[in-house]
Design a protein around this ligand. Structure first.
Ligand code: GDP
Length: 197
């Protein structure tokens, strides 16, 4: 898919104010600092579209970006910010779970995972939560340029193995780098395929 246009539409703190659910949506989510904003900018080839390196855990916003006047990238607030209070964490849970549970136009959740790390409990828990709800998701391993492909493959294998404790099959995954554009074509083709079916 060629990205001809990518436009910021709105930032919301309330589910009730989201755009009407009439176009396909792909939600991007992961731990704070996983590289979500960089990935969105890489996919859309628009540098400042999603704001990188904001203070993590501060504002709980759902950002909608409209692509090719046809589908949305939805930038969800990151989870797992170490310094977030219990109240903030509970608020995040409620907000995000509400969106994911109820959004009719949501096609797939893109779960971002840092490829440099061994499986993290919070990522596995989030995948399990999606699985329990029957929500469709794929894994997007980020920052692959930061280490050897052998190391990346090892971490992916461990992650898949950990998921097999609760899933019958491991989900589809993509290996990405916002620096080298690794994975860009694959993710856009994946989205294109769903949009056209
Ligand atoms: P977010 O909090 O998940 O939106 O993460 P950001 O996109 O702001 O990225 C967090 C940090 O990781 C920034 O310093 C980015 O420059 C860096 N980063 C993100 N993606 C990559 C990547 O693919 N490769 C490298 N080398 N650095 C990355």
């Amino acid at each position: 898919m060629i990205v001809k246009s990518a436009e910021f539409i709105c930032s919301n703190t309330q589910i009730s104010k989201l755009p009407p659910p009439v176009k396909p949506e792909y939600a991007f989510i992961g731990r704070s600092n996983v590289g979500k904003s960089s990935l969105i900018n890489m996919l859309t080839a628009k540098k400042g579209l999603a704001k990188t390196s904001q203070t993590p855990g501060k504002t709980q916003l759902i950002n909608h970006f409209y692509i090719n006047d046809n589908w949305y990238i939805v930038d969800l607030p990151g989870y797992g910010y170490a310094r977030a209070s219990k109240t903030e964490k509970a608020k995040w849970d409620k907000f995000i779970h509400n969106y994911l549970d109820k959004r009719e136009s949501l096609q797939c959740v893109m779960v971002l995972v840092d490829s440099r790390l061994e499986p993290q409990k919070i990522d596995l828990e989030f995948c399990n939560w999606l699985g329990e709800r029957g929500l469709s998701f794929v894994l997007v391993f980020t920052k692959a340029d930061k280490q050897s492909s052998i190391k990346t493959d090892q971490n992916i294998a461990k992650f898949k193995k950990a998921l097999l404790a609760t899933f019958e099959e491991s989900p589809q995954y993509f290996v990405t780098s916002s620096e080298t554009q690794l994975g860009r074509e694959e993710i856009l083709a994946f989205i294109d395929n769903i949009n056209n079916n």
